[in-house]
Design a protein around this ligand. Sequence first.
Ligand code: HEC
Length: 312
Amino acid sequence: MEHPLAKSDIDFARPHYRPLVAGFVVVCMLSVLACAQIQKDEAPAPVASQRPPPPWAYPIQPPVKPPPDDGVPRRVPGSTAALTLTEIRDLPNGQGRPENSSLAGLSAGYIAQQVADYKNGLRKSSEPTMGPPALMVANAKSATEDDVKISAEYFASLKYKPWIRVVETETVPKTHVAGFMLVPLEGAGMEPIGQRIIEVAEDVARTTLRDPRSGFIAYVPVGSTKRGEALVTTGGRGKTTMCATCHGQDLKGLGDIPPLAGRSPSYTVRQLYDFQSGARAGLLSAQMKESVAKLTIDDMVSIAAYTASRTP
Ligand code: HEC
């Protein structure tokens, strides 16, 4: 007797089954594509240094002629000293600006180590055309051991004061690079912040005169401070490490490990990126390897928003 299933009643070759077969094939293809899409959504975002250095963190100064010095002494509000433009060069209070480092309150040992790293070619920038780091390398090469010791002790003796106001926002003023930092473009209006940190002077004119009482505003994405807090204080379930273990309680520094609280968030993103890319590979940098290995730009933005918002 013939097995009931041996000869199927369904003959897929018969014309009226063809639309069914075709439909089935289409459904299969769609589900494969859907799975691929889900996998794509779940694929981890590339770590930061697989992408080019973000231009907002590495502002490149277009070539400009500095304004001619008219010889007129300038005075900042509340100060009796008056200096000409040529006399105003650096911020001797060590508070720093977004494009460089705030040296005040770092340990002398740490500062000296950084100078040695610059000198030995172990500390560079991921963006070689960015002016200030390149200048640091040149300065480090020409500094004598005594110069380094005296200036390291001087900056270590200064107390770093709150200098940056962190503001979460959806939109920021459109900016351009002037004087090595981002400056709002007058009359250009606003634009979405995206996944960026836009750090600008509270008062550009006073910052140009190096007024030690006029700091910076750091615009950061909405929600980034809270997200950063989770990463910094818990390590984000293996995404990174708890920073306070090394950087001290409240991120105020521990021995020769530098403080992070209240420091420029653009500077912090630059350092995290440089540690990950290997541009910053100084003597002590191996300790930062595990903390930065898996970070994306978004993670770095959030971490820096949080550390900058802490009281130094
Ligand atoms: C195992 C110890 C350790 C941990 C954990 C650690 N760091 Fe560091 N960090 C260091 C050391 C050491 C240095 C100095 C490295 C050098 O000199 O190159 C450093 C340097 C830095 C710098 C550069 C500071 C500057 O002034 O240039 C930043 C920014 C930084 N760490 C952020 C973090 C963040 C954010 C975390 C947590 C996500 C973290 N670190 C976790 C040890 C650590």
